[in-house]
Write a protein that binds this ligand. Structure first.
Ligand code: ADP
Length: 450
């Protein structure tokens, strides 16, 4: 709907790669499914980009949880200690305290970090008359780790703002337990370790028993689901009688081995080139909150360079990496929902661009297209998990600011998943604070299983 049909043709041509045809979607799904199988295999002929990590969590809340539990959440912006009181499967009290981890602790020796965490736990309990009580603790450790048990988490690498020496290759649970015991004045047992994705599933299942998938749509993206133990070929030494376990797909890295190269546009390649870990986290770079706005920015810059936007004049602002935030995408999508231009106008003004109505229309179209592609990609993998579990009804617990704030990601996903897994009833549910509350709930489940 541009006045000049030539211009329209040129714009559509540059956006063509962002459109996922039915055939491409089918291919993504096939690749996802074969990567999952490879990730679960004992001796895969080629390495999968999906880690398919065993969380060793065999069941979720069943309503019989009881008692006081602590949880520790390390990995997000803040470090938190949380105290949960559960009675007959319901949380009757919840207290949270935030702590800043100083930079020298984040970058110093690992032993110092765990001593600091132990000190915070002590401080938390001391201030709450929990002194002297023996409390089980669930530890959300949102870094790449390999679990060898529900309470064994080997750190693979530090990410975000952490880089402590002497922890990679070590068990974070043991290091925390050792630090607590070194103090001698705090009676806490770390009995479970998890990441935010597993926490989201557990937290979701606490609210809705039909929950069987946990999904993160925040800075990055990941999912976990309940898998049949007999399908996990690589799981040696599984206990007899264990029928199911939560598998952490680690789908943010889907395609790191090149299997998704057929969907990469020039914009995706540019986003990757400008990112911190080039060549890693391929899948989430196509739609994660950290990248969605940047993808749109790369498209806008290209179209401007072609003279198709802003009369060929990009502002200095627009040329800056990260200047077009994912928040803008949400704002502009809101305009698409409401059939207005107010947010788009604000965003373009903030970016110091001079624009006309046609520019507004094109920008709105691009934000829709990039959001739609995000929803399709997440839906393909979610639908695949639903069909794999083949339950009559499944609730998907979702956490993360992208899902929470994007005005129609949820409705797009509902539409696509329904079309892609037509035989499986499902519900998408916002489940906040899995990394906090979820850890306490896992501690309760772990206590019950002991
Ligand atoms: P994390 O995933 O790091 O635990 P969040 O779930 O809060 O934390 O996600 C943060 C991401 O959410 C950021 O990358 C940011 O781009 C994105 N985000 C923040 N506000 C919005 C918004 N209004 N719309 C869409 N995405 C947003």
């Amino acid at each position: 709907y541009l006045a000049d049909p030539n211009k329209l043709e040129k714009v559509l041509e540059l956006l063509q790669g962002l459109v996922l045809t039915a055939e491409t979607q089918r291919k993504i799904r096939d690749v996802f499914e074969s990567e999952m199988e490879l990730g679960l295999a004992k001796n895969p002929p080629v390495a999968s980009s999906l880690q398919m990590e065993n969380t060793f969590l065999p069941e979720l809340c069943d309503g019989s949880e009881e008692g006081d539990y602590l949880s520790l959440d390390l990995g997000g912006t803040n470090f938190r200690v949380i105290w949960l009181s559960i009675k007959s499967g319901a949380v009757i009290n919840e207290e949270v305290q935030y702590y800043q981890v100083p930079e020298d602790v984040r970058l110093g020796p690992g032993v110092k970090l765990f001593d600091f965490l132990a000190e915070c736990i002590h401080n938390f309990m001391d201030g709450r008359q929990l002194k002297g009580q023996n409390l089980p603790l669930g530890f959300t450790f949102s870094f790449p780790m390999t679990q060898r048990g529900l309470d064994v988490g080997i750190l693979v690498s530090w990410t975000k703002s952490f880089n402590c020496s002497g922890v990679v290759g070590e068990d974070a649970v043991k290091m925390l337990n050792d630090a607590i015991h070194r103090r001698g004045d705090t009676d806490v047992d770390v009995i479970a370790v998890l990441n935010d994705t597993t926490g989201t599933l557990v937290q979701g299942a606490f609210v809705d028993r039909k929950c069987a998938i946990g999904l993160i749509l925040g800075t990055g993206s990941n999912a976990c689901y309940i898998e049949r133990a007999d399908r996990i070929e690589k799981w040696e030494g599984k206990d007899k009688g264990v029928e199911e376990v939560v598998i952490d797909v680690e789908w943010g890295a889907f395609g790191d081995n090149g299997v998704l190269d057929f969907i990469k546009t020039e914009y995706d390649k540019e986003v990757d080139r400008n990112s911190l870990l080039v060549g890693s986290f391929t899948f989430e770079k196509h739609f994660g909150g950290k990248y969605l706005g940047e993808i749109v920015r790369c498209v806008l810059v290209r179209l401007t360079k072609e003279g198709l936007l802003f009369q060929g004049n990009a502002s200095e602002h627009l040329l800056r990496h990260g200047a077009f935030t994912t928040r803008y995408v949400s704002m502009i999508e809101e305009d698409n929902v409401n059939g207005v231009d107010v947010n788009t106008t604000t965003a373009l003004k903030e970016l110091e661009l001079s624009f006309n109505q046609e520019d507004i229309d094109i920008v709105k179209y691009i934000c829709w297209l990039v959001s739609d592609r995000a929803a399709i990609l997440v839906s393909i993998c979610t639908a695949s998990l639903l069909e794999r579990m083949n339950r009559p009804e499944t609730t998907v617990a979702i956490d993360g600011s992208l899902f929470k704030h994007h005005p129609r990601l949820k409705s797009f996903m509902e539409k696509y998943i329904a079309a892609m897994a037509p035989a499986n009833k499902f519900k998408l549910m916002l489940a906040e604070d899995g990394s906090g509350k979820g850890a306490g709930l896992i501690a309760a489940i772990a206590s019950r299983l002991k």
